[in-house]
Design a binder for this molecule. Structure first.
Ligand SMILES: Cc1cc2nc3c(=O)[nH]c(=O)nc-3n(C[C@H](O)[C@H](O)[C@H](O)COP(=O)(O)O)c2cc1C
Length: 355
């Protein structure tokens, strides 16, 4: 594992944005393998159904480096319809977890990014103005080689005292702005843990359906993936899929799992209001990503639905990629491990059995 992460937790978000990516991503050069793509993802030819989910690829420079390093399905980090500030630094800390992370835990954070690696990330989904990101996303999407697909992620913004209709309309506006960039696949984040709402959007099946239907009306044939959180309850997941599963082309899961994050002295580790709880990702959430993938695959069959499944959470080696594929994932993605291991896509291409 390379010691220099491509996104450096010791620096601010803006410094990473302007000066990154770091480590091997900084030296990546255009290098497309000449094998004919063997897979298809949402109608597009794809060389390896493996990529980086929404998050660590914070702008076009990061997306281009990921493409150069063989991540054939990179997602451009979630954008909004207007400029939006990032939470104060730090935005990434290591967390110590013994084994699997159950929901509702308290964890101790530090800066020891050693294996098995789990982290908390807390950015609040910052965004630049569409004037900046539309051009940047369009250029990143155009850079993809044969068998590579750049996915554009977005979400709506909930205004204080704003109406539900305005919230839905902002998702639809985001969809239009992302579509204008020419990306071939779009992803809407329904599982943002930092939106300030008690509940994630993906736990509200009626509102999720309104959002998805509004977006589909706007974007027509462009494939739409929804990003979901871990669902504990099978019946509730079935109900959600009955309501929304027929309207989407893909489901990406999971997002982070929320936990209380304290420092070694027991104080809140991430400064600021609303940041005692924060999303955890990396090796400790792999169990939940794999479980969610197999449940989505089973319920897809049971309900006669067709959406593609993107398995996310704790993928750090070819064995984990295989595990997700056997659980039913059509594509697999890694955020935390990929940040510290620029060669993860190459390792998977060389070592995975379920390609
Ligand atoms: C630095 C970082 C930033 C993230 N930002 C987003 C985001 O903007 N939108 C989103 O849908 N998920 C975001 N995520 C969540 C990831 O897409 C993914 O669901 C989660 O990290 C689990 O995968 P992992 O265990 O491989 O990290 C972020 C994750 C990380 C590590």
């Amino acid at each position: 594992m390379s010691s220099v992460p491509f996104y450096d937790p010791a620096r601010s978000y803006l410094e990473n944005f302007e000066r990154g990516p770091f480590g091997e991503f900084a030296e990546a050069t255009r290098n497309f393998d000449s094998n004919v793509p063997r897979h298809r993802f949402l109608g597009q030819p794809v060389r390896t159904p493996f990529g980086v989910p929404a998050g660590p690829l914070i702008n076009g420079k990061y997306v281009r480096a990921a493409l150069d390093m063989g991540f054939d399905l990179p997602v451009y980090k979630t954008v909004r319809t207007r400029k939006y500030a990032c939470h104060p630094w730090p935005n990434v800390l290591a967390v110590k977890v013994d084994g699997d992370l159950a929901t509702g835990r308290t964890l101790v954070a530090n800066e020891d990014y050693s294996e098995p690696l789990s982290i908390t990330n807390s950015f609040g989904v910052p965004s630049f103005d569409p004037e900046f990101w539309q051009r940047d996303m369009a250029e990143a999407a155009a850079y993809a080689g044969p068998g590579q697909v750049v996915v554009g992620s977005f979400q709506g913004t909930l205004e204080e005292n704003g109406s539900a209709a305005a919230y839905v309309a902002d998702f639809v506006l985001g969809a239009r702005l992302v579509k204008e960039t020419g990306v071939n696949v779009m992803e809407v984040n329904l599982s943002c843990p930092n939106e300030g709402t008690a509940n994630l959007l993906c736990f509200d099946k009626n509102r999720s359906r309104q959002v998805v239907e509004g977006i589909k009306d706007e974007i027509g044939d462009v494939p739409l993936v929804i990003k979901m959180a871990y669902y504990e309850d099978d019946d509730r997941l079935r109900e959600f899929l009955r309501e929304v599963g027929g309207a989407v082309d893909g489901i990406s899961a999971i997002n982070t799992i929320s936990a209380e994050i304290r420092d070694a002295k027991g104080n809140q580790a991430l400064p600021g209001e609303g940041r005692l709880r924060s999303g955890v990702c990396g090796s400790a959430v792999k169990w939940a990503g794999v479980a969610m993938t197999s449940r989505l695959a089973r319920l897809r069959g049971e309900l006669g639905l067709k959406f593609a499944i993107v398995g996310v959470g704790g993928v750090g080696d070819a064995g984990a990629f295989d595990e997700y594929r056997r659980a039913g994932a059509d594509a697999v993605m890694s955020a935390t491990s990929a940040m510290w291991n620029a060669r993860l896509a190459q390792e998977i291409k060389e070592q995975a059995h379920e390609l």
